[in-house]
Write a protein that binds this ligand. Structure first.
Ligand SMILES: Cc1ncc(C[n+]2csc(CCOP(=O)(O)OP(=O)(O)O)c2C)c(N)n1
Length: 390
């Protein structure tokens, strides 16, 4: 309040026609991340959640963790070019996948392999891109999973465009777009959220705030009170949730999906979590964070949080834990075996699925490559038949 206002001497009228456009209060996130697990009496967190769904959450978390360690091992064996592990973030991955109906669309980032697999994508196909192999590796339309996206935040405008278009066509579809904390500094994040709010597009934005964008901590990424607060500036609600609490994330996403489906518009969800592994196998995380920090987050492990609650509620015993681990081992073994097979590669595939009608320049390049491959094949045959020795 200015001195003039305090004395009551002068209170200017607002500019002509000005009035508040929206009450910001309902859009503001809670002061602390929403939690369900471990909040009330032991075991009470499961509430009225369907036991079959709880079992599925647990099985997917355990399988996801094992998938991460297996995929990381495959990078060391040279079978995978790179793998951005989501160990520590499995609750977000699984909750996102299970919050959607079959008719909805998932728009994952490169770190969201587990979400795609939990939605039903073949575990090997999910690694095609990271293997440096054939384009996306799967047909995005089959399971309605957009390509795992490497350029930061570009999947967000795609999600908004798809969701808006679907609504114009009268399709009852929601798009859920996943992004990291660093990605929220991208222009595409701004444009996507702005369009989504103005159009009231049926989109849910899930930001996994895992503490770092490679080595850049959140404090150097933004001065916002929280990433969820950014929603207010666009006129959409921001929700803050404990990203390691699978039931809390699922609850918040479920509400956001329902809101979007019923015409209520988009929601920005910030899930507070932690990337336990390095950014990828190519990163040395010891250079920018401490062991103590990682140890504190291991105490708040998504699998442990759910396991504790399910056991206290009498919904899980040692036999159930064993069965989930066995199933995860089977997934890992199959992944290992299939990734150790050399895929048949045709370099000419490079030109497929780029344009419906290839450009003349691409046709020229394709002809050139075809000729080079034919020449290489001829010379290989010649050397096999000893032709060079003549
Ligand atoms: C447009 C763009 N700029 C830069 C990069 C390089 N890059 C890859 S991952 C990354 C950090 C992203 O961090 P965050 O969004 O927090 O996601 P996280 O990796 O933690 O899941 C950067 C800068 C990129 N992929 N795309």
């Amino acid at each position: 309040m200015t001195v003039l206002e305090q004395t009551g001497a002068y209170r200017p009228a607002p500019p002509p026609g000005w009035q508040p456009r929206t009450d910001p209060a309902p859009l503001l996130p809670d002061a602390e991340p929403h939690r369900v697990l471990g909040v009330g009496a032991p075991g009470s967190g499961v509430g009225a959640t369907d036991p079959a769904l709880l079992k599925r959450f647990y099985a997917e978390l355990v399988r996801g963790r094992r998938y991460n360690t297996q995929a990381t091992a495959l990078t060391r064996q040279g079978r995978l070019a790179v793998y951005p592990s989501s160990t520590g973030q499995e609750a977000c991955e699984v909750a996102a996948a299970l919050a959607l109906e079959q008719r909805d669309w998932l728009f994952p980032s490169y770190r969201d392999t587990l979400a795609a697999v939990a939605r039903g994508l073949d575990p090997v196909q999910a690694l095609t891109l990271l293997r440096g192999d054939w384009h996306t590796g799967y047909d995005p339309r089959e399971l309605r999973i957009a390509p795992l996206c490497t350029p930061l935040a570009t999947q967000l405008p795609h999600a908004v465009g798809l969701a808006h278009a679907a609504r114009l066509q009268g399709d009852d579809v929601v798009a859920l777009a996943m992004i990291g904390d660093g990605g929220t500094s991208e222009g595409d994040f701004h444009e996507a959220l702005n369009f989504a709010a103005v159009w009231r597009a049926p989109v849910v934005f899930l930001v996994q705030n895992n503490g770092f964008a490679i080595s850049v901590p959140l404090a150097k990424q933004t001065a916002a009170p929280s990433l969820a607060h950014k929603g207010v500036g666009y006129g959409m609600p921001g929700r803050l949730v404990d990203g390691n609490d699978v039931l809390a994330v699922h609850q918040v996403l479920d509400e956001a999906v329902q809101r979007a489906r019923s015409g209520g518009g988009p929601t920005l969800v910030e899930a507070v979590t932690y990337r336990v592994d390095a950014h990828t196998n190519a990163d040395d995380a010891t250079r920018y964070r401490s062991e103590d920090e990682i140890a504190a987050w291991r105490e708040h492990d998504p699998i442990v949080l759910l396991e504790r609650e399910l056991k206290a509620a009498g919904l899980l015993d040692e036999e159930g834990v064993h069965a989930a681990r066995e199933a995860a081992e089977e997934t890992a073994a199959a992944l290992r075996a299939r990734m150790n097979e050399d895929p048949p590669l045709d370099p000419m595939d490079l030109f497929e699925h780029v344009y419906a009608e290839p450009t003349s320049r691409l046709r020229e390049q394709a002809d050139q490559l075809r000729a080079e491959l034919a020449a290489a094949a001829d010379s290989a045959e010649a050397s096999n038949t000893g032709e060079w020795d003549k």
